[in-house]
Design a protein around this ligand. Structure first.
Ligand code: 6GU
Length: 229
């Protein structure tokens, strides 16, 4: 996969792209990332990217010219604008984005981008949640991490992707590792029992219970998810 990131803050991406599985994916050539400095497309001596909104009001708008020039060579890639006004990101969206050969992530700043860009130079608009950040950079990194771990060969054990929270609409059960007793705190007995059937039942019960408690919105899709424990 190739990802182009359009941003006013290219330095934002250095260490995240050089760390962890993202670095490994780049090293193994599952992934190439090109960070494009939008400032290079700005106009005037200050390489300006924003302008006042038509109709008045507070805040500034990212002007269409520089964005269009940066996006022209990326026609044919799947172009995503990161904005709090976009559709909320979820696992299904990441699964879908991971199928593209070439993604472009446009990091919005200021009050927004000129709507003509959103309508004619962008394929979809995505938000990472119901809160406001300074810009789309963190959201672009969220998408890069979410997508990279789905690329074949990047995560060692594909089962760890297949079994996770959200893939079947439930949160994951609690996990424990050694020691079996830590500062007087014990691991649930059933996990030490060696009874695989009992363990599987316990895990499923924990998943339902956790989802009910923490994410009743998700649990609503599971009519059989009474809190029976
Ligand atoms: Cl994509 N951008 C900004 N600025 N704020 C956000 C967001 C994006 N998603 C949630 N909040």
């Amino acid at each position: 996969m190739h990802i182009a990131v359009l941003t006013m803050f290219p330095e934002y991406f250095r260490s995240p792209l050089d760390t962890s599985l993202v670095e490994k994916a780049r090293r193994l050539e599952h992934l190439t990332v090109e960070v494009v400095d939008l400032r290079a497309y700005g106009t005037g001596p200050h390489r300006q990217l924003d302008d006042a909104p038509f109709g008045g009001g507070a805040g500034m708008v990212m002007a269409p010219g520089p964005l269009a020039e940066a996006l022209d060579p990326l026609e044919g890639t799947h172009r995503v604008l990161l904005t709090p006004a976009g559709r909320p990101l979820d696992q299904a969206t990441l699964d879908r984005l991971a199928e593209f050969e070439s993604l472009t992530l446009v990091c919005g700043r200021y009050e927004g981008v000129d709507e003509r860009i959103a309508e004619h130079f962008i394929d979809e608009e995505i938000s990472i949640g119901d809160y406001v950040l300074l810009g789309g950079e963190v959201a672009a990194l969220v998408i890069i991490e979410g997508v990279v771990r789905l690329l074949p060969g990047v995560v060692g054990n594909p089962a760890s992707i297949a079994n996770e929270s959200f893939r079947d609409g439930l949160l994951e059960e609690p996990q424990y590792t050694r020691p079996a007793e830590f500062r007087g705190l014990k691991v649930p007995e059933v996990l030490l029992s060696g009874n695989h059937q009992k363990v599987a039942e316990w895990r499923q019960r924990q998943r339902l219970r956790r989802t009910m408690q923490r994410r009743p919105d998700l649990a609503a899709d599971f009519p059989d998810s009474e809190d029976d424990d």
